[in-house]
Design a protein around this ligand. Structure first.
Ligand code: NAD
Ligand code: GLY
Length: 345
């Protein structure tokens, strides 16, 4: 069992990583949630796999559960599902001492967290992440929200969970492409802050990330959240690979997954600004089942760079790798970035 503390004052919480923990969740749950009722939110795939086990563990501790499930996938991260969750909570007469429980990947966590942030102007919630991406990234740090027709994550709130319970055994049922998506985020932490982690993962984890490596990623995310909870500066380093990655995701019609696209984005941004590390990033992506080539149009990416929300007037904020283990935020004239892009790729 590994515990990573997130000391955010009155919003402090623990991330507990322990194989089998979901079946013994009740003791930890009752240590942070005073109420006897919880609304368990999950997508239908995850609920089918793990809902009964979690429900039984909580019921044994006297927690009365209601369940809301929704169809899996990004399309469910909508105002419609959010409203349905709130209605389910109200119908169950959830009170301020009770909690929401998010059992699932980043979609479930973001939706449930946003519902928790706004139901009765904010009640407690617990994250039980079931994808690698959710364990190492989305369940920690308190970003919650939903997509709007105009774009991803356009409505949301900062709302920290009271507890995060990661059970690495659940990753055994994760489809390989979802696992690889999470590995791209783990590699990203290595490029940003930890060469040792990167070196461990670049040999290829054969989809067996260890409890210690999950904990290390959580520590790195925790550390940047402590420095910049509200995403005004340093936390934006987590956007490494995202500007180009989002462009690739969009241009591929979302056929390329988020993690795979971020991996390609990291590779391309390293190619532009720090070519000496490109070889290692390429190898690490390949060894972890992630793509290293994209045959789409370069113009699409140039257009996306121009439209990126990180653009400020004629400049854009980019995360630039300096070496494996160190990156910096740099504001660059948009014309200079576009020229570099056109010259070098
Ligand atoms: P997801 O929640 O859609 O899960 C991916 C798929 O895996 C789903 O089909 C789900 O049913 C399935 N699944 C989940 N756990 C499983 C398991 N253990 N076994 C078998 N199948 C399982 O997607 P995701 O990749 O976890 O998260 C992506 C979302 O996270 C995006 O909406 C993104 O915006 C968000 N995100 C949020 C943050 C944040 O800080 N809040 C950070 C990164 C990403
Ligand atoms: N995943 C981006 C963030 O938490 O800031």
């Amino acid at each position: 069992m590994t515990k990573v503390e997130v000391p955010l004052g009155e919003r402090a919480y623990d991330v507990v990583i322990d194989p089998g923990i979901l079946c013994k969740a009740a003791e930890l749950y009752t240590s942070v949630i005073p109420g006897k009722k919880a609304l368990l939110v999950s997508d239908q795939t995850v609920y089918h796999l793990y809902g009964a086990g979690v429900s039984a563990a909580l019921a044994a501790a006297g927690i009365e559960l209601a369940v809301y499930t929704f169809p899996p996938g990004e399309a469910s991260k909508s105002l419609y599902t959010y409203e349905q969750i709130l209605n389910a909570a109200a119908a169950f007469q959830l009170t301020n001492s009770d909690a929401f429980l998010a059992l699932g990947g980043g979609v479930t966590g973001d939706l449930t967290g946003f519902a928790a942030a706004t139901y009765h102007r904010g009640i407690r919630f617990v994250q039980m992440p079931t994808t690698l991406l959710a364990m190492v990234d989305s369940s920690v740090g308190g970003k919650t929200g939903v997509n709007l027709a105009a774009g991803k994550n356009l409505a949301g709130a900062f709302w920290q969970p009271r507890l995060v319970l990661c059970d690495p055994l659940l990753l055994r049922t994760l489809p390989p492409e979802q696992y690889a998506d999470g590995l791209a985020e783990c590699l990203k932490y290595g490029v940003l802050w930890d060469e040792v982690l990167f070196a461990q993962l670049e040999r290829g984890a054969l989809f067996q990330v260890t409890e210690r490596q999950i904990a290390r990623c959580v520590e790195l995310k925790r550390d940047v959240v402590l420095r910049d909870e509200r995403d005004k500066g340093q936390r934006q380093l987590l956007n490494l690979g995202h500007t180009i990655g989002h462009a690739i995701e969009q241009a591929s019609g979302f056929a390329i997954g988020h993690g795979a696209a971020v991996g390609l984005g990291m590779l391309m941004i390293a190619g532009l600004f720090c070519p000496e590390i490109s070889g290692r990033i390429r190898r690490a992506l390949r060894e972890n089942g992630l793509p290293t080539e994209w045959d789409g149009s370069r113009e699409d990416i140039a257009r996306a760079l121009l439209q990126d929300k990180k653009r400020a007037g004629d400049a854009i904020d980019l995360v630039i790798p300096l070496r494996i283990g160190a990156c910096e935020l740099r504001r660059m004239p948009i014309g200079a970035v576009k020229n570099l892009w056109e010259e070098q790729l």
